[in-house]
Design a protein around this ligand. Sequence first.
Ligand code: BMA
Length: 324
Amino acid sequence: MNSTITLEKCSSNPVLSKTDVPYSAELIFNAGVTKFQGKYVMVFRNDYGFDEESFRAGQTAHQTNIGIAYSDDGIKWEVSPKPCFDLKDEEIVRGYDPRLTVIDGKCYMCFAVDTHHGVRGGIAVTEDFENFEVLHMTVPDNRNMVLFPEKINGEFVRLERPFPVYSRHGNEDFDIWMSSSPDCRYWGNHKLLLGRENVPFANSKIGPAAPPVKTDKGWLTAFHAVKAVERELYAWHANWHKIYYGGLMLLDLEDPSKIIGMHKEPLLVPDQPYETKGFRGEVIFPGGMILEDSGEVKIYYGAADTVECLATAHVDDLIKMCLE
Ligand code: BMA
């Protein structure tokens, strides 16, 4: 089945870009999106302090913060006047790629953290998007964490993507793992969920993408999958050879370490101009999925590491794609 038949990219894509942001902003992408207290909420990665011209001229140093936007319909967004999360200290360089999950009325945000001693995965909790309590930070190297939207067998459950560089001989060949926690602070029961070799359209790393969504048939779960190619892709910098696809799988409701089905082709392929050209061309990175009462699923994704986009599909079609 051709995935483009059931999936529609929003005609007003990108739904968020730097021109919507009232402070220093350049690349707006890899957002986490959820519904919280009656509104759509988006937390987005903002890389700033450079532009295409200065970058191409050799000024590669820049900064990152996390901004916040609200919406009544999930399509038109209003960005708040200030970023909501800016993680920096002597050790921490930046927090980025936020993911949102509402559990028992509180909003949890997973994020990646670059430090001077490795990449870490963080989890914070908030009720107002102003005050965040950081509950947990992994050891390096780990990131792309997402939380399931409810406790399973009494425990928080997350997907994650460690980087075993040493044991993979320096190759970018990484997989999706899962773990659980009684309190979202202490994590254990680590288990491999999906090996890269089981994704037909990946020849390099895979990882979690948007947090799983509950359906009657299982946890609908988007992941990202990387395919290294020979041809050089459009990017502000030389030597960019990696295509990022969105992928989709269905996990067992009671035991999410069991994969019930996976769509054998990419769910989202970069083929629109806003996906193929930008800071890094041909990158699609889903970060948020919302299941509406109508059965529509909104899938938010970063495109070309430059803008934030939206695609929609019916939940039954997405489930069918996983089971075929
Ligand atoms: C990954 C992360 C993502 C990014 C992707 C493509 O390693 O840095 O934030 O979207 O690469 O550049």
